[in-house]
Write a protein that binds this ligand. Sequence first.
Ligand SMILES: [Ca+2]
Length: 345
Amino acid sequence: MQWFQKGRFVCFILQVCAVFSAEGYSVNKVTGERFAGPVTMVVTIVGQQQCVKECLARPKLCKGVNYLKKHLLCEVVSSTEESEPSSDYTRISIDHQMNEINNCHVCTTNQKCVQLSSNSSYCVKEDSDMNDCGAYHNSTPFLPSGLYRIKLPVVGHVTALCEMDIDGGGWTVFQRRLNGTEDFYRTWVEYKNGFGNLTAEFWFGNEKLYHLLSQGSYELRMDMSDFTNQTRYVKYSNVGLTDEITKYTISLSNYSGNVEDCFTRASGINNMKFTTRDQDNDPYLTANCANLYPSGWWHNQCHCANPNGLYLDGQTNQFGKGITYNPWLTQYYSLKTISLMVRRV
Ligand SMILES: [Ca+2]
């Protein structure tokens, strides 16, 4: 509230500017916590006061900030609804009420409000170059895993789940299963646009994934765990996806990992089109694999792994219908967790 008083004081002396240049706003700080996001932008090497100002300049994009003093790091967040314990952080929610007076509220999400000393403010175009999670990670290596706003070609700004800890970090997650809360037996349009909750189980969306991967060379990683908390992963140093007209055909190469390869073998997903319950693009002639093994996936005849299958809690007598990875625990075991993610190389 110190700055609020300062703002009023300045305006009292200048009189005419009183309504426009008042810096009044209220903040609410909690140390040892951070907002879960989405993080809409990151400002580095700034003090806490400047961090708050970065938020005030972007009323459409910012409801609060996470400030990490030891790295002078300022994370601008668009939601303050959820927070989490994080020892080195201070979370600061910011009330923009005075921005309505100084006209910053007319700026769009892609504009920064620049205030001049002459009582006026301008909305200046500001385009983020954060086009995937790797871009955030490369700019600021100590950013935590969580939700971030990225900008994709054609699609524009979207929120993505970023994995910043595993295998060097910088991964954009496009699929996750945790507990069976989300239905993955979905239509073509649902798989195209994405579904679920980024903080729980979700499919990012084939159209977004296509535009994400169109930006350059990407690698893919899939992590799995069973109900005894054993883990395995596979990784491919090259992944590509075609557009919707060609049915989001996937290409993968250069396997590594700590469990046998499944995706680039003859029965794998390499060069397969995407198949959903309402669109059979798989080479299995007599049926739709997405119906036989309830899912949406790059089915072959039909699959060696079924990450979007039914959540069947471990051992099952339903062959191939669960979240299976045949070379590890066979088609009669449905995994506990699985996630798929990509990173620019
Ligand atoms: Ca078929």
